[in-house]
Design a protein around this ligand. Structure first.
Ligand SMILES: Nc1nc2c(ncn2[C@@H]2O[C@H](COP(=O)(O)OP(=O)(O)OP(=O)(O)O)[C@@H](O)[C@H]2O)c(=O)[nH]1
Length: 236
């Protein structure tokens, strides 16, 4: 059985930086890891790329040849990947042995983990190929600066959890940029009644019922907890 991590999260949340740090860490502790680029728009990498979607299709070519914009072009590329799961991806995966660990650096377009089924089908394919897969969802720590952003971050993570149905770890990225660490702490293991009180205070009275339902959702999916990660700590 192989092992795979799908690194997902909004654009700019720090996915590639996380992959690069993970690679360096594994190097330091003598473990082998293979990072795969699944972003057809990516150009620069701080890690050796073991497998690269751009060998199959690149966003630049699609935009030029089909006249699509960046978003439509990216979805086109990912759908092309989906059509080539049994060919390109299978051939690439054949290069890896049973115990190998693959980390997939995914694009940040929210459609891919909300309603477009490409990543879901990608995951199913990995499972058929005997990979044990988990999702690592990165969210910028700036989402934890007030309750409304926190709820929006939880909802985006939740949509990925529901769409992919994978063991799911939430990571709060860019912790070095947080000035008020205490302010963030209350969102790491949140008390539902305090969140609700804060939300009601922030919003007009007509939202009270909606606020209650949202907090219940966050509470029921108690997996919506975030692990803070400060990748820049060792540099300081
Ligand atoms: N200060 C700080 N900056 C970070 C950290 N992680 C990432 N960044 C910066 O945030 C920006 C985006 O980081 P990326 O790792 O490219 O994010 P991404 O999620 O891969 O971006 P997309 O592929 O565009 O979705 C870059 O300028 C990084 O240098 C961090 O832990 N601390």
């Amino acid at each position: 059985m192989g092992f795979a991590q799908l690194v997902i999260g909004p654009a700019g949340s720090g996915k590639s930086t996380y992959c690069s740090s993970l690679y360096q860490h594994c190097q330091a502790v003598g473990r082998s890891i293979n990072i795969v680029n699944l972003d057809p728009a990516a150009e620069h990498f701080d890690y050796p790329v073991a497998m690269d979607i751009r060998e199959l299709i690149s966003l630049e070519d699609v935009m030029e040849e089909l006249g699509l914009g960046p978003n439509g072009g990216l979805i086109y590329c990912m759908e092309h990947l989906e059509e080539n799961l049994d060919t390109w991806l299978t051939e690439e995966l054949d290069n890896y042995l049973d115990d190998d660990y693959l980390v997939f650096d995914c694009p940040g377009q929210i459609e891919l983990f909300s309603h477009v089924p490409v990543l879901k089908n990608f995951v199913e394919h990995l499972k058929r190929k005997n990979f044990n897969v988990c999702a690592v969802y990165l969210l910028d720590s700036q989402f934890m600066t007030d309750v409304t952003k926190f709820i929006s971050g939880c909802m985006s993570s939740l949509s990925a959890m529901i769409q992919l149905e994978l063991p799911h770890v939430n990571i709060l990225s860019k912790m070095d940029l947080v000035k008020n660490k205490r302010g963030v702490e209350k969102y790491l293991d949140p008390e539902p009644h305090l969140l609700l009180a804060e939300l009601n205070q922030r919003m007009a009275p007509q939202f009270e019922k909606l606020n209650k339902s949202l907090i219940e959702v966050v509470d029921h999916y108690s997996m919506v907890n975030f692990l803070p990660l400060d990748l820049r700590k060792e540099e300081r």
